[in-house]
Design a protein around this ligand. Sequence first.
Ligand code: AMP
Length: 254
Amino acid sequence: MSGRVLVGVKRVIDYAVKIRVKPDNTGVVTDGVKHSMNPFCEIAVEEAVKLKEKKLVKEVVAVSCGPQQSQETIRTALAMGADRGIHVEVSGNDYETLGPLQVSKIMAALAKKEDAQIIILGKQAIDDDCNQTGQMTAALLDWPQGTFASEVTLDGDKIKVVREIDGGLETIKINTPAVLTADLRLNTPRYATLPNIMKAKKKKIANVKPADLGVNLTSKLEVLRVEDPPQRQAGMKVETVEDLVGKLKESGKV
Ligand code: AMP
């Protein structure tokens, strides 16, 4: 096979950062906060680069939709081995309301424009936890999907995908073109080495506007309120089982 793979790489607040909710409850604080590539997108990039190294695909294109800084996320993908990048510029209010449906429309339009055979996305973005973009992209393109992939094997124009499902694994075979979403156990993403980071600086990142792709970013979703999870109440120590039962009775739990 000699196809092209599009990989979606989302810039999110770094997984190690403690998230703070804005005082007015409209969202979370992002200013001055460390951002990185969504961890499941790193797995998606790794899988695409492996396919290229096995000469099963000819080109890996990293796509990120978001503000200017999304180019840093694309650079990381390029340093991991992607061949080129596409930055779909979304800022201001459009960025605030950018969600799976809007990104799916962009990915679907790019897949057609770039004549892609495979789209690999993360199974989930750790900021919105939506787990929808892969599925919606497949639906918009009317392509088969292999979601929650923990093993991917290309076989001509077919892909065998082992999927992580509740309590076990499911193996499916789908035709290309197809959409895959990467689960945690698919691979261990490589680190971008310094020489590869330097090399990545020479790789091209194209700048595209959603309107160039004929995509309207209007969102029908309105976030009403964002809150911290409820604080856990302090516990207490009891000496005996009788004490425990007594306390439970007192609190009306028994
Ligand atoms: P979600 O459906 O929001 O949980 O995101 C699942 C996956 O869709 C991510 O791991 C990315 O691969 C892709 N994705 C979501 N948002 C973006 C974005 N703004 N830019 C590029 N890829 C994205």
